[in-house]
Ligand binder design. Structure first.
Ligand SMILES: Cc1cc2nc3c(=O)[nH]c(=O)nc-3n(C[C@H](O)[C@H](O)[C@H](O)COP(=O)(O)OP(=O)(O)OC[C@H]3O[C@@H](n4cnc5c(N)ncnc54)[C@H](O)[C@@H]3O)c2cc1C
Length: 453
């Protein structure tokens, strides 16, 4: 049978749908969050369940066609759609079952964080996600998963109990602390390199349905004072509090400095923690208030719409001393787009109580990261925005231990060295587990770990 004949027969073996160029819905399905990515696969398989995943993995391996795996579509690097080949689209696999007694959830990979949170919060429970609720649970968890609850409960991947995963040989396996332990170690940070996860099982935690969250915004002229006060906040913050700080532009075009805060527990205690920041001078905007956890999870969604052209670069920071802060403020002066932000993220707490080599995610000593998140709309502005992002990153990289969170690697030019930097001391073990489960590197459209035989 030729590959074309096999593809023609594929719909008979699928519970989901095969989309080919020209089909209704194909064009929408090939687009991802980052508007810079404009690729057209030869086919998109919209999987309905694990058997569709097995079918597609077998087809890609046996016919030697490129295979991309898409869940929430938020890969900033655009890894989840292939040029030619097959894109395995998991976004319709959205079942989720919460066990409130055991405080666990089983969730399919097509869920966004908003969908997952909505279900777990019906039982007053939650687990760590990211800070933009349109992101997929799948890519986020497989790369690590940092969000507002991470300082209290660890990364999303630290809350994994097990995964069901289709490996390159087309076998559906379970990986957990008791079964396929090496695979379980690798998927907790190693990204999509080891197979296609069809179910995630998470540990959940009781979360007060009302949390304190929101944005405090000042004019950019106060950046030095605000960032120093932000540093003081992070140096004494309890683990149930977190905050990111950003240099950005307001919707009416004014350069601003912003602190995005989150606290769960007593609202009064949260208010007291953020009071020194408010005392810096009246913010021009202040949305920090008591609100449902699910709303806090969505508070940054509007600032991160799909379709913008986006170029990210990121570095773990060795700390945020005056030199680091002054450098970021100076570089932000030249930000070319009003949609762009330079964001300092704050980690630590429970994330750093896990050993560097206990899971594939190695950044257990990191406390801060700088994300240069450039966003714009006109293709003719690509060069200017990309070159600003590279410039701020190169300046800040000198103040970094050289490491980076894999889920924050950006489009195109990151290369093997950056993937190695992302995995640090865990790269060699990941490469050997890759050789055991994916010796021909079928899963290579990702931040790729090459098999070491
Ligand atoms: C606006 C925005 C905000 C973000 N905020 C955060 C944040 O707060 N915290 C954080 O940690 N990260 C954050 N990220 C990064 C995010 O975690 C990664 O981009 C992640 O890969 C997105 O997952 P996805 O399923 O949406 O993406 P997709 O693009 O669908 O997938 C990304 C990659 O993951 C792999 N993959 C996806 N599903 C599977 C699967 N089921 N099995 C195997 N491999 C799979 C594939 O290799 C794919 O290329 C953010 C990204 C964006 C765009």
């Amino acid at each position: 049978m030729t590959i074309e004949e096999r593809v023609q027969r594929l719909p008979l073996n699928l519970r989901g749908r095969l989309l080919r160029p020209g089909d209704d819905g194909f064009d929408t399905a090939r687009h991802v969050w980052n508007g810079m990515i404009d690729r057209s696969p030869d086919m998109i398989v919209r999987a309905a369940d694990a058997s569709d995943v097995v079918e597609t993995v077998n087809l890609a391996r046996e016919e030697n066609v490129a295979l991309a795996v898409r869940a929430g579509g938020h890969s900033a690097a655009g890894n989840s759609v292939s040029a030619g080949g097959v894109t395995l689209d998991l976004s319709r696999m959205k079942r989720v079952h919460v066990d409130p007694t055991k405080r666990t959830a089983r969730a399919e990979p097509g869920l966004t964080l908003a969908e997952f949170d909505a279900e777990t919060q019906r039982f007053g429970l939650a687990t760590t996600g990211g800070v933009v609720s349109t992101t997929g649970i799948a890519g986020l968890t497989l790369g690590g998963g940092v969000g507002w609850l991470a300082r209290t409960y660890g990364l999303s991947c630290d809350n994994l109990i097990s995964v069901d995963i289709v490996t390159a040989d087309g076998r559906l396996r379970t990986a957990s602390a008791d079964e396929n332990q090496d695979l379980f170690w690798a998927v907790r940070g190693g990204g999509g390199n080891f197979g296609v996860v069809t179910w995630f099982e998470y540990e959940l935690h009781p979360i007060n349905p009302t949390v304190l969250a929101g944005l405090l915004v000042w004019p950019r002229s106060m950046a030095h004072d605000v960032l120093r006060a932000y540093r003081d906040f992070t140096e004494s913050a309890p683990e149930n509090a977190s905050a990111y700080a950003g240099l950005a532009t307001s919707p009416d075009g004014v350069p601003i400095v912003v602190v995005i805060g989150f606290h769960h527990g007593s609202v009064e205690q949260g208010e007291a923690l953020f009071a020194p920041l408010r005392r810096l001078g009246p913010p021009v905007a202040d949305t920090l208030s008591a609100l449902p956890y699910t709303a806090a999870q969505q508070m940054l969604d509007g600032l991160n719409p799909p379709g913008n052209r986006v170029y990210w670069k990121s570095s773990i920071l060795r700390g945020i001393d005056d030199e680091v802060l002054d450098t970021i403020v100076e570089q932000a002066e030249a930000m070319p787009s009003p949609l762009t932000a330079a964001l300092i993220e704050f980690y630590g707490g429970a994330i750093n109580r896990v050993g560097v080599q206990d899971t594939a995610y190695p950044l257990r000593n990191a406390t801060y990261a700088l994300n240069a998140i450039s966003a714009w709309t006109a293709p003719e502005s690509d060069a200017e925005n990309i070159s600003w992002t590279r410039r701020i990153w190169e300046t800040v990289e000198r103040l970094s231990p050289g490491s980076v969170y894999v889920n924050f690697l950006g489009v195109g030019d990151e290369g093997d060295d950056r993937v190695k930097a992302a995995y640090g001391p865990n790269h060699a073990r990941l490469a050997s587990i890759k050789a055991a489960y994916d010796p021909t590197n079928l899963f290579h459209l990702n931040h790729n770990i090459k098999p070491t035989h």
